[in-house]
Design a protein around this ligand. Structure first.
Ligand SMILES: N[C@@H](CCC(=O)N[C@@H](CS)C(=O)NCC(=O)O)C(=O)O
Length: 223
């Protein structure tokens, strides 16, 4: 059985969304955000204190984009995956990693130095620079989406889930009005997907059932 440790709308939303798209059975364990402050017991499960953590028998993982790829391989063949030898394979891997390394990481600087740190440690210049850095990196999506609805063609893949979470986070940071038009349309399309909607419902249901705050992690105030 797959167990996923998750905080509301944190990066662990990527594997949650993938699980819902694939229809795999899983157990969703909700944690208050940040777990290192509010869920100290979690450190014995994942010493990093970060979400996601995913367990599947002997397998233990802590990287959200890698989990999407793992889950596709485990459940496949699936249209969510692109296999070696397929003409889109390199493109698929590139976007899968672009979603986390290039599009999510700069937003964590915006959050941390624009919002989470105590007032005397805030760095408005860093927050502003990385906000612009993120918006500039979004431009790469425009040609990729100009002729096709998804990053690797006509069907949603795990690469869209990886990039889609970065757009979800940017939505919480109120950056959507600055998305290029093609990216705005893409983000709207992703949100209409049935798997995305099921993942939203699953996290809300689990949070209520497990008595965990429904506040999305990016909006949680610092401790
Ligand atoms: N590269 C990792 C990053 C994991 C990560 O930093 N997760 C954040 C939530 S989005 C976290 O757990 N932060 C809490 C902390 O750092 O204490 C991934 O993609 O899963």
């Amino acid at each position: 059985m797959i167990t996923l440790f998750h905080c509301m709308s944190a990066r662990s939303f990527r594997p949650l969304w993938t699980l819902e798209e694939l229809g795999l059975p899983y157990e969703l364990r909700m944690l208050p955000f940040p777990p290192r402050a509010h869920g100290r017991d979690y450190l014995s499960i994942n010493p990093l204190g970060t979400v996601p953590a995913l367990f599947d028998d002997e397998v233990a993982m802590t990287e959200s984009a890698a989990m999407c790829q793992y889950l596709c391989s485990r459940a496949g063949p699936t249209p969510l995956d692109v296999q070696p030898g397929h003409p889109e394979y390199g493109n698929f891997l590139n976007w899968l990693h672009y979603g986390e390394a290039t599009l999510t990481f700069p937003q964590t600087i915006v959050l941390r130095y624009g919002r989470f740190e105590p007032a005397e440690r805030l760095l408005p210049q860093a927050a502003q620079d990385y906000r612009r850095w993120f918006l500039a990196r979004l431009k790469a999506l425009v040609p990729a989406l100009s002729l096709r609805p998804y990053l690797c063609g006509d069907a949603l893949t795990a690469a869209d889930i990886s990039v889609g979470y970065a757009l979800m986070l940017a939505d919480y940071l109120q950056l959507t009005s600055e998305f290029p038009a093609g990216v705005q349309a893409y983000w709207a399309r992703l949100q209409e997907g049935a798997g995305y909607q099921r993942a939203l419902a699953a996290q809300l249901h689990a949070a209520r059932k497990q008595g965990v705050s429904e506040t999305p992690a990016p909006l949680v105030l610092p401790v």
